[in-house]
Ligand binder design. Structure first.
Ligand SMILES: N[C@@H](CCC(=O)N[C@@H](CS)C(=O)NCC(=O)O)C(=O)O
Length: 203
């Protein structure tokens, strides 16, 4: 049985929900109460010593970190394209997983944490990272349908949520038309699931 320990409003948790749904996998959701700091309790810290969601358990296997969970699910339950065995293709996916953990986290995720949850951040830095990230994505997606290997992979799933939530960080995505078309393609996938706050581009 797959169990996802999650926060309802977390984009990192949404990556996992989205892939679980696209793969048609059943799972049990354990919603943690962040206000009650359930993610800092001993029983949860045994699963993730960083005290962060998401965490996925699959029988005795415990996986922390959204990128690691996507990789685990893809290799365990998905077709090879999702996260290929081929080293060069895997590296291309990995490069975008790193972008999700770095630029996406320090840019659009940080801006949303500030505007939606009141987190103190360096706004100039986060805005500059977000603008550069969206420019890079827009240029890439001008000539590619998907982020890696010209096919849908976990790279798209890892980067998508905080870009789709960028309006909650008060960043204007209007100029980035190729990014919007990519988000529309993701929204139209069979099994797509949304979350509160996501801006939709598909009619
Ligand atoms: N690199 C981690 C980051 C996880 C993360 O920052 N989780 C947030 C929710 S989106 C969290 O649990 N924050 C609570 C805390 O850090 O105390 C991942 O991708 O899963």
């Amino acid at each position: 049985m797959l169990t996802l320990y999650e926060f309802g409003l977390s984009g990192n948790c949404h990556k996992v929900r989205l892939l679980l749904s696209l793969l048609g996998l059943q799972y049990q959701s354990k919603l943690l109460n962040s206000a009650a700091r359930e993610h800092k309790r001993d029983d949860f810290l045994r699963l993730n010593p960083f005290g962060q969601t998401p965490v996925l358990t699959d029988g005795d296997t415990v996986v922390r970190d959204s990128q690691a969970i996507l990789a685990y699910l893809a290799r365990t339950y998905g077709a090879d394209d999702w996260f290929p065995q081929d080293p060069a293709k895997a590296a291309e996916v990995m490069s975008w997983l790193s972008t999700a953990a770095n630029e996406v986290a320090r840019g659009p995720n940080a801006m949303r944490l500030h505007h939606k949850f009141g987190r103190a951040i360096n706004m100039d830095e986060a805005t500059q990272i977000t603008a550069q990230l969206l420019s890079v994505l827009n240029l890439h997606l001008r000539s590619h349908q998907w982020l890696a290997n010209n096919t849908l992979t976990i790279a798209d799933i890892a980067v998508y949520p905080y870009i789709a939530l960028v309006n909650e960080g008060k960043f204007d995505i209007a100029p980035y038309v190729y990014v919007q078309s990519w988000m529309k393609r993701i929204e139209q996938l069979a099994g797509y699931v949304s979350m509160p706050g996501i801006q939709h581009f598909a009619e």
